[in-house]
Structures are given as structure tokens and as C-alpha cells.
Design a protein around this ligand. Structure first.
Ligand SMILES: Nc1ncnc2c1ncn2[C@@H]1O[C@H](COP(=O)(O)OP(=O)(O)OP(=O)(O)O)[C@@H](O)[C@H]1O
Length: 206
């Protein structure tokens, strides 16, 4: 089922942030939300994930779905290793990234798979490192892998490539393309090129 937003309005007190917004995302599709700083992109993701309630409007296709999220501010546990953060993020199960059944994986096997995925985004050295010792771009990639590996129906990413250099940005995009599976992906970016590389539909907010 596609995701549909119809005539949404959202205000912070008396500041109108979103007015009469409608959009549709095909089931399994990729929607890249773009727009100037402050236009309401993060607010839109908050509404989609049920954290914020719109004043008016209808939302279809989200209720009951599990969401894997990359937050703007990472929300990683700084004192835990990259690997442990992902393990905790996947406590409700792993998405079958290579079609594998993870239900009977022991902890060591889970960690092995996590390490393999960290390697795919260039973090082979970082898996046992505490998150607080990683760079901003490295933390971003841990957050991406955590969302991607979690067993979810919808992926929501708020500027996932923030702080990544060109090479790692391409690597992360390739990783998402490769492992998205049939999940719907909603992503905020400031770069049109990201949307093109991902093969997504652009949605310009104003
Ligand atoms: N919790 C809040 N309370 C009051 N106003 C807020 C709150 N969060 C955001 N705003 C305001 O709502 C507007 C939209 O913010 P939002 O974070 O959704 O924008 P954005 O498009 O994601 O920006 P950016 O690209 O800089 O991340 C801004 O004017 C912001 O100041």
C-alpha cells in the first residue's frame, strides 16, 4: 500500500510550518524531500513517524508499519561500540538483507553480520570502537547501517549523508540502493545528485 498524505497543516504555536501539503509515495518507492533550511522537512518526517500530530489532514499507509529511522542528530549510544548500537537497534529482528533467516542467529553470528555491513560502508576498523570516539561522518554511517539492518517496512532518513565526503557518500548511497529491498524509503537531502544516484522521486518543499 502506498503512503498518502492529504492536505496536511502543521503549526508550532502560531507559526505555520506546513500548509496544505499532499504527497504520495509508491509502495517500495524512494522519495527524496528537498527544500531550504527551515521549510519543514524534519517536521514532515516527525508527522510521518507519528511523533508530531498535524492540525488537519489525512495520513494513509503508515499505521501499523515498522519504521527504521536515521535521525538528524544520530541518537546513538555514545558509550557503546558501533556494533552494539546496531545490535540494540535490531532487537526486534534483522531485515533479511541477503534473504537470510536471522531468527536463529546466536549473538556471535549477529555481530559477524553487523561487522560485514559496517565494512560495506567503509567502517571495518570501527565496529568495536565506542561511538564517542568516531568522527561525525562515521557516526552517520553507523546510524544508516542501524536503520538498514533493522527489520522494518519503511525507512526514514533525515539528511543521512550529512558530514560524509564524496567517496563515502557514494558508498553509503550504493549501500542503501543495494539493501533497501522492497521497503519504502523517505529521505531528506540538500543534494539533487543524491536523489538521482538513489533513483528516487524528488519532492520539493517550500
Ligand atoms: N520544536 C519546535 N518548536 C518550535 N518551532 C520549531 C520546532 N522545531 C522546528 N521549529 C521551526 O519550524 C520550522 C521548520 O523546522 P524543520 O526543522 O522542520 O525545518 P527543516 O526544513 O528540517 O530545516 P533544516 O534543513 O535546517 O534541517 C523552522 O522555522 C523551525 O524554527
Amino acid at each position: 500500500m502506498s503512503i498518502r498524505l492529504h492536505n496536511l497543516d502543521f503549526n508550532y504555536k502560531d507559526q505555520k510550518v506546513i500548509t496544505n501539503l499532499s504527497l504520495e509515495i509508491a509502495d517500495g518507492g524512494i522519495l527524496c524531500v528537498m527544500g531550504e533550511s527551515g521549510c519543514g522537512k524534519t517536521t514532515l518526517l516527525g508527522i510521518l513517524t507519528g511523533r508530531l500530530k498535524p492540525e488537519n489532514g489525512e495520513i494513509q499507509g503508515i499505521s501499523g508499519k515498522r519504521i527504521g529511522m536515521v535521525f538528524q542528530e544520530n541518537r546513538l549510544l555514545e558509550e557503546f561500540s558501533a556494533e552494539s548500537n546496531i545490535l540494540l537497534g535490531c532487537d526486534r529482528g534483522f531485515y533479511p538483507l541477503d534473504g537470510e533467516d536471522s531468527r536463529h542467529w546466536k549473538k556471535a553470528e549477529k555481530r559477524k553480520h553487523i561487522d560485514e555491513h559496517l565494512k560495506l560502508v567503509g567502517l571495518e576498523e570501527a565496529s568495536k570502537e565506542k561511538v564517542k570516539n568516531l568522527s561525525g561522518g562515521m557516526k552517520r554511517r553507523v546510524a544508516i547501517v542501524r536503520a538498514m539492518m533493522s527489520d522494518c517496512d519503511i525507512l526514514v532518513m533525515d539528511e543521512p549523508f550529512q558530514g560524509l565526503d564524496a567517496r563515502n557518500r557514494r558508498k553509503a548511497i550504493e549501500y542503501i540502493r543495494r539493501y533497501k529491498g522492497d521497503r519504502t524509503l523517505l529521505l531528506v537531502t540538500h543534494e539533487k545528485e543524491d536523489a538521482e544516484r538513489l533513483g528516487g522521486v524528488l519532492f520539493q518543499m517550500s
